[in-house]
Every structure is written in structure tokens, then in C-alpha cells.
Ligand binder design. Sequence first.
Ligand SMILES: C[S@@+](CC[C@H](N)C(=O)[O-])C[C@H]1O[C@@H](n2cnc3c(N)ncnc32)[C@H](O)[C@@H]1O
Length: 204
Amino acid sequence: MKRKFKTEIDAHGIRALLSRHPEIRKLKRYNTPSFHGNRFWKSSWLLMDYFKKNRLAKGSQVLEIGCGWGLTSIYLAKYHGAKVTGVDIDPAVLPFFDLHCQYNGVNISRIEIGYEHLTEEILSHVDILIGSDICFWDQMKDTLEALITRAMKAGVKKVVIADPVRDPFKELCKDIALMYKSDVTFCEISDPKPILGEILTITA
Ligand SMILES: C[S@@+](CC[C@H](N)C(=O)[O-])C[C@H]1O[C@@H](n2cnc3c(N)ncnc32)[C@H](O)[C@@H]1O
């Protein structure tokens, strides 16, 4: 008898398509992400769980950096009434973002740009800057630190970054603690599966 494998996860009210989903397989034939944007990452569920417990004001302007397939962006647009924009450096990732928006019935704008190029002018229109699993190479710590500095200068109210506690993220947290009012919280969730990690929050 042929075994039937799941092709998507339904959690936190979001449909997340797995690599074996026929539409994902089709997209993967023509789009090969270069910076680990080849799937959605566990920390995105941590970020959703954080916002479930720390609700956003309706209409909040949110920028998700390194958005990948965009699950948290979709969650905040759909369930918090946030005005979200996804940012990713990799053009090969954005078709997966668009497909998830379509499957979840939301329309979210996205920009193809490296977060190192987000200017104070762009950031001045943002209330909350978020990201999950975006600090995985050593050089990303410095780039993110500079971005957070620009964001704070531009008047961004809060930065929230979820991570599976990779070394560059730990270094980022240490440096940020010396510069801004920040907090690092251990988190553990069981839905859609057991996931551990940390959330860095920085408040203006
Ligand atoms: C590990 S994936 C995480 C994706 C998503 N946040 C998640 O949790 O599923 C890292 C993402 O960051 C993007 N990325 C890497 N460097 C970037 C940069 N400098 N600016 C914007 N996006 C970047 C990659 O293209 C990729 O989509």
C-alpha cells in the first residue's frame, strides 16, 4: 500500500507548505535560493508565538527582514491587522513568499533588498522590525547591529528577533545589551512541534 505523506502544516491559523508540496516542487525547478531561503525555519513559529502573547496594535507598520517564505508576515497581517512588508535579499525566495500569501488569502508587499540597504528614511515609516533566523553567519552580527542602530535613530519602536541560538546571534545579543534597552528570553513551544530558541527584543 502506498503511504500518503503530509504536504503542509496547519498551525497558528497558517498554512505552511512543505518541500514535497506539488506547488513548492514546481517553484523549486526554477528558483534556487542562495541564503538558506529554501524552506521556512522553526524560529518563525517562535516569533508567531511571541506575538500571540504580545499582541500588536491594529494597523502597526511591520517590516520583516530576511522574510523568506513569509509565515510570520502572513500571521501578523491576517490575525493582528498589521500592515506588513517583507524584505529579502534573494529574488529566488520571493515566489515562495507569494505562493504562501496566496494559500493564506492575504496580499502582502515585499521588497527585494539586503537589509543593509534599508535607510533611516525607509525605517522612519516602520513601527516594528522583526526577523527569525536571520543571524547565522558571523558577518551578519555587524550588519544587523548597524541596522538596529539606524532603526532606533529612525524612531522604530520595537525590534523582535527569534533565533535557534546560533553563535552570531548570541554575540549580537551581548553587543546590543550594551547599547540599548533589550531583553533576551528563552522560549519553548510544542505547536506545530517541539521548538526551542530565544527572542531578542529591543525597545526604544
Ligand atoms: C534562514 S532563512 C530564514 C527565513 C525566514 N525568516 C524563516 O524563519 O523561515 C534566512 C533568510 O534571510 C535572507 N537574507 C540573508 N541575508 C539577507 C540580507 N542581507 N538582507 C535581507 N535578507 C537576507 C535569506 O535570503 C533567507 O530568506
